[in-house]
Design a protein around this ligand. Structure first.
Ligand SMILES: [Zn+2]
Length: 239
């Protein structure tokens, strides 16, 4: 789905990845779950592009619902995969993330798990090779993505700022639709390792200039980072 010129979403409100068009090709942000590979191919086709146009994959963090077809792109097409250094081990499957089944509402939980399972979330192929990135790095990829450290959900969670499309990709730094309860609107993401760090990262969002703020789960946000940070501060205060 095209969100704006040069900015595309792959997947849906349950699990989303994003494509950015820039000079020399495409940058893919996150890689969903394995079974969403067909969604990637369909989006590329709609754009008049192919897999070989993807010059790099940047992972917002190492959780299994974000790395689904990254290793496939890497091993079959030689596409490099970047991840925040502190999440490299998680992306390689050397360290498991730990679900916290707090306020799950059974319907939404079942929906998320069923979708993930059906789409191969349980057949995750971990990365065998990743390129670690750090706060402030500007990658030599289409759109010149800049790394913004957003620790909290995981230690190596990063935002990826792409000024060319006025966007900041945030993975699970926050969510606009809670995968477990189904609740909508900007709010802390479930399965977060360090809530205090996550709250600091929410405030940090306001320091990045971007109209689009794009989470791994839930609808796109297009009202800018300052309004978003204000809403998250309110949500954090009541969480
Ligand atoms: Zn996630």
């Amino acid at each position: 789905m095209q969100l704006a010129p040069g900015l595309h979403r792959v997947g849906n409100d349950i699990i989303a990845a994003y494509l950015v068009e820039g000079d020399g090709g495409l940058t893919l942000i996150d890689a969903g779950v394995a079974g969403q590979y067909s969604d990637l191919l369909a989006e590329l086709k709609a754009m008049g592009r192919s897999v070989t146009d993807i010059k790099g994959v940047v992972l917002t963090h190492g959780d299994s619902d974000h790395i689904g077809y990254a290793e496939r792109l890497r091993s079959e097409h030689g596409i490099p995969v970047y991840v925040g250094e502190a999440d490299a081990a998680r992306a390689r499957g050397e360290e498991s993330s730990h679900p916290a089944w707090g306020k799950a509402r059974i319907g939404a939980t079942t929906g998320f798990l069923w979708y993930s399972m059906r789409k191969g979330g349980m057949r995750t192929k971990y990365l065998t090779e990743v390129i670690p990135v750090h706060d402030g790095d500007v990658l030599d990829l289409p759109g010149s993505p800049r790394i913004v450290a957003l620790p909290g959900h995981s230690a190596g969670s990063i935002g990826i700022a792409v000024p060319a499309v006025d966007a900041l990709f945030v993975g699970d730094a926050f969510t606009t639709r809670h995968v477990l309860t189904g609740k909508r609107g900007p709010q802390p993401a479930p399965f977060t390792d360090d809530q205090d760090a996550a709250r600091e990262s929410h405030a940090k969002l306001a320091t990045v200039e971007a109209r689009w703020v794009l989470p791994g789960h839930g609808p796109a946000w297009d009202r800018g980072t300052r309004e978003l940070a204000a809403e998250l501060a309110r949500a954090d205060a009541t969480a």
